[in-house]
Ligand binder design. Structure first.
Ligand code: ADQ
Length: 469
């Protein structure tokens, strides 16, 4: 069996409890074949030329972790600049927030080249390489330019925007050409797959070979939708452990006379936080019976705090929460409890289980795992209700959630009202169907579907490499 090599911007030790579903699933796949996980160490090197240093190697059970440091300039240009200042906003339909700077694209190319150079020294001829996410789109083309012939697949964790939006990136043709250096391009949803197909057929002059196989630039790439899941069994087991139980008891006792609504995410403009707080205000205005009863706990963990757009969002969110509390709060009731921090992973299932309603209302999201975690954590005999944005990738699978358009503030408030007052039999039926789908299409299913599709690509025979320049 070929060895699996996973490449992602950050590397996680799959044995550590805090690693989370994705790291656990990739760790499983890596250990079953004895594998290598390669990426950035998370360290910014003090020396000006860390690119020359050999990767740090650490053994985690059967998995080898290989990491490299970045220089301060590379971190600024590759990570903050191009990855999170161009690709993240544009792929989430926020062209207004993108900053196109020639220095950043140069750093993005430089780091991908540096990754390719280091990774090549660690590769065996029949390794299968699985590259993750927008930071590393050109990695395969850089590896191919160095003569690497291995089978390579790519999975995009964030959405792919429609053709016209993608085409606004000055280097869009270069980026998409680089995607053809892979044998398989994996996306979260059918909508992303359609965007890819439309772009390559109309902008890149690709030939449609059928079965989502496309030929362009002398290469054939297969594309597919592989919705990522969670490790349902692991998450359910976590919810039975002490930290989760203690959190559940604390919350149900503290809010015994209230109905809890819950939002959990990284503080990010894609997650629709200001719109959500406005929808909650509208709920209290339109349906005053919820006053002194409905309480929104909003947890937004710090994220990319060295970027200005994120500090602006933090200020906006704090002011919105403050104004709802000021206008509606009572001496014995605070409508919104907002916390700018992480909840320990071991306690999260208890928090989810104590909530009557989860508000997962991103403006755009590749998948959204919080929605799936909320479902897994519910008491099956008295489950809470999931209110889900139609613009999350998860909406294609979680058809029994209550769907909202997060831009429609009053419409979202109306749906929250319905969620808060949903009868038990309807909650049971919806939860049953939701649990079934997240169980069938869990993270292990996702990983095996992707790897099976990658192994079935007609890699060696079809693809003679043309360097992407
Ligand atoms: P994210 O944008 O980070 O991921 P999401 O899919 O919701 O979004 O995953 C977040 C993870 O972090 C969940 O496991 C959640 O429990 C945890 N988390 C978030 N906020 C937390 C907090 N305050 N405290 C503790 N834990 C918290 C990207 C894409 C998504 C895609 C995933 C996986 O943007 O669209 O679903 O990758 O592919």
């Amino acid at each position: 069996m070929s060895r699996l090599v996973v490449v992602s911007n950050r590397v996680a030790d799959p044995r550590k409890a805090a690693a989370g579903g994705l790291a656990v699933a990739l760790g499983d796949a890596l250990s079953s074949t004895g594998g290598l996980w390669f990426g950035w160490s998370g360290q910014i090197a003090e020396s000006t030329a860390p690119a020359q240093a050999a990767p740090h190697i650490e053994q985690a059970g059967d998995v080898t972790l290989a990491t490299v440091d970045l220089s301060a300039d590379d971190h600024a240009g590759y990570y903050l600049g191009y990855s999170n200042g161009v690709l993240w906003p544009v792929f989430h339909l926020r062209l207004d927030l993108a900053r196109f700077d020639a220095g950043d694209i140069a750093a993005y190319r430089r780091v991908n080249k540096m990754f390719a150079r280091h990774l090549l020294t660690l590769l065996l001829p029949d390794d299968i390489i699985w590259v993750h996410d927008y930071h590393l789109i050109p990695l395969a083309s850089e590896l191919r330019a160095l003569g690497c012939q291995n089978r390579m697949g790519f999975f995009l964790h964030i959405p792919l925007p429609p053709q016209q939006v993608l085409a606004a990136i000055p280097q869009h043709d270069w980026l998409v050409r680089a995607m053809f250096a892979y044998d398989l391009m994996g996306f979260q949803s059918e909508a992303d797959l359609q965007n890819f197909s439309r772009y390559v057929l109309t902008e890149a002059g690709a030939v449609d070979l059928g079965g989502h196989r496309f030929r362009a630039f002398n290469r054939t790439v297969k594309a597919g939708a592989f919705p990522i899941g969670i490790d349902v069994d692991e998450f359910m087991a976590l919810s039975q452990e002490l930290p989760a139980q203690a959190m559940f008891e604390r919350m149900t006792e503290e809010y015994s006379r209230r109905q809890l609504l819950l939002g959990v995410e990284r503080l990010d403009y894609s997650k629709g936080l200001p719109q959500r707080i406005r929808a909650f205000r509208s709920l209290l205005q339109q349906y005053p019976e919820n006053i002194k009863s409905a309480t929104l706990i909003q947890i937004a963990s710090p994220s990319r705090e060295d970027m200005g757009t994120y500090t602006d969002l933090l200020a906006e969110l704090e002011s919105l929460c403050g104004s709802v509390n000021g206008d509606f709060g009572e001496l014995d009731w605070m409508p919104v409890r907002y916390m700018h921090r992480n909840v320990p992973r071991a306690e999260l299932p208890g928090l989810y289980r104590a909530a009557s309603v989860a508000l997962v209302t991103p403006l755009r999201d590749g998948m959204n795992l919080v929605a799936k975690e909320f479902i897994a954590a519910q008491d099956p005999s008295d489950p809470g209700v999931l209110v889900l944005s139609r613009f999350a990738g998860a909406a294609e699978q979680l058809l029994d959630a209550l769907m909202v358009n997060p831009y429609d503030i009053d419409g979202t408030a109306k749906t929250i009202q319905r969620a808060l007052h949903m009868p038990l039999d309807e909650r049971l039926a919806r939860h049953h169907n939701l649990l079934k789908i997240i169980r069938t299409q869990d993270v292990h299913w996702w990983r095996s579907q992707f790897l099976a599709a990658l192994e079935s690509t007609g890699h060696q025979s079809n693809n003679r490499h043309q360097p992407v320049r």
